[in-house]
Design a protein around this ligand. Structure first.
Ligand code: PRP
Ligand code: URA
Length: 209
């Protein structure tokens, strides 16, 4: 069964409190999403492998550490996932970026695919799928299924707010995918929105409502 990590870092919790507020502007919402993604990336990359490398400081030779060369990629689920990309790249600047376009049909809540463009060598990379919201889990499930169909094996999923329903579904369908969550909320309402949540993440990032 996959690992589920709920972030307890005070900076992450503080910033999530800001994006939940109705009065937070799109500008501040975007900035906060970027900062939260950066802090979550720091926590979610704790287990990256290191290797020894011989270097010289101005004083002497020494054995230092460097990342073991495993290639990474960040794959945001459009639209709202885009808000997390810059923060992720601030921590792992060499990562490549793929894009998966999905939107939830407002009636059925079933994800509809409209775009997929991935780095050519995705199957050799460790992939971080990012989306601020994990609600029913339909979008994350579909995005990860698309990646697996293209040969990707090592996938982690990172979201800022999750509903228990989405976590359960993702664990059932993709038990190999570790899930990193900023805050685990209470439940979904009748329209598939997370309660207490923050509303529609895409609309709040891009100011479309
Ligand atoms: C939101 C959100 C997730 C999805 C989560 O996107 O960014 O992708 O809903 O819901 P789920 O877990 O029930 O699938 P939305 O479909 O509103 O598209 P948008 O980002 O283009 O606004
Ligand atoms: N998508 C969002 O943007 N917000 C929710 O609460 C659920 C799905």
């Amino acid at each position: 069964m996959s690992k589920v990590v709920v972030m307890d870092h005070p900076l992450i919790q503080h910033k999530i409190g800001i994006i939940r507020r109705t009065e937070t502007s799109s500008k501040e919402f975007r900035e906060m999403i970027g900062e939260i993604a950066m802090l979550m990336c720091y926590e979610a990359t704790r287990d990256l492998k290191l290797e020894d490398v011989e270097i010289e400081t101005p004083i002497t030779k020494m054995t230092a550490k460097e990342l073991a060369g495993k290639k990474l990629a960040v794959v945001p689920i459009l639209r709202a996932g885009l808000g997390m990309v810059e923060g992720m790249l601030a921590m792992i600047p060499a990562a490549k970026v793929g894009h998966i376009g999905l939107y939830r049909d407002p009636e059925t809540l079933v994800p509809v695919e409209y775009y997929c463009k991935l780095p050519a060598d995705s199957s050799e990379r460790d992939i971080f799928v990012v989306d601020p919201m994990l609600a029913t889990g339909g979008s994350a499930e579909a995005a990860i299924t698309m990646l697996k169909q293209k040969g990707v094996k090592n996938i982690r999923f990172m979201c800022i707010i999750a509903a228990p329903e989405g976590v359960k579904k993702l664990q059932e369908v993709h038990p190999d995918v570790d899930i990193y969550i900023g805050a685990l909320d209470d439940h979904l309402n009748d329209h598939g929105y997370i309660v207490p949540g923050l509303g529609d993440a895409g609309d709040r990032i891009f100011g479309t409502k």
